[in-house]
Design a protein around this ligand. Structure first.
Ligand SMILES: C[S@@+](CC[C@H](N)C(=O)[O-])C[C@H]1O[C@@H](n2cnc3c(N)ncnc32)[C@H](O)[C@@H]1O
Length: 193
């Protein structure tokens, strides 16, 4: 991620907007429960919203970038049920079947091997567990903004995500686009055995 985007993700206007507007939109009424893993959590804005409003969720908040992990740890240290750890989503350091929910907010497009994020999320979920979140979609605007600010990215089309979720072993897949097709929120279940 570029310095510009890193600073944007850590800024207080974005954190407030993400927590108040994007989090309820992305979850769309889904009640986070049990053991919840957030991947690519940045500075912990969404996790802070979850920790405040859904105290029953046991949160593990992760990111690849040490600076983001430090920012999230500082933000979340008052919430005793929250673990903050460095983790690469393409090789998650958790045994299979560790979580009830995996959340991914605005992060898949930063992972070059984004399909590995899906298979790793499926692996660490318990049967019947949920992978939920949102991302940008592949529009000319999203591509232009990322080219200008210079961060590594691979913007994903909604149909491509739907197909890759199925390949990763998810079922009951919903990918809905919104805001004139600029955003997509997704929800998919790991097959119950
Ligand atoms: C645009 S930020 C989104 C942060 C946060 N989810 C939010 O909504 O504010 C994308 C995040 O994905 C993280 N990231 C990129 N590649 C990753 C990987 N392979 N594993 C884990 N996190 C990654 C980046 O470090 C960055 O914090």
């Amino acid at each position: 991620m570029s310095a510009i985007e890193g600073a944007f993700c850590r800024s207080s206007p974005w954190r407030a907007f993400a927590r108040r507007r994007m989090l309820p939109w992305a979850l769309d009424g889904f009640d986070l429960h049990g053991d919840v893993l957030e991947i690519g959590a940045g500075s912990g804005a969404m996790a802070q919203g979850v920790a405040r409003t859904l105290p029953d969720a046991r949160l593990t908040v992760t990111d690849l970038d040490e600076a983001m992990v430090a920012a999230a740890a500082a933000r979340l240290h008052r919430h005793p049920g929250v673990r903050v750890e460095r983790a690469d989503v393409t090789a998650l350091p958790y045994p299979g079947g560790s979580f009830d929910v995996v959340t991914a907010y605005l992060m898949l497009h930063h992972v070059g091997d984004w399909r590995d994020s899906l298979s790793e999320s499926a692996r660490v979920l318990r049967p019947g567990g949920v992978f939920i979140g949102y991302d940008l979609t592949d529009t000319p605007l999203a591509r232009a903004v990322h080219r200008l600010e210079g961060s590594a990215h691979r913007i994903i089309a909604a149909a491509e995500l739907r197909e890759a979720l199925a390949v990763a072993g998810f079922t009951d897949i919903a990918v809905d686009t919104s805001v004139r097709e600029h955003l997509m929120r997704f929800r998919a279940f790991k097959r119950a055995v």
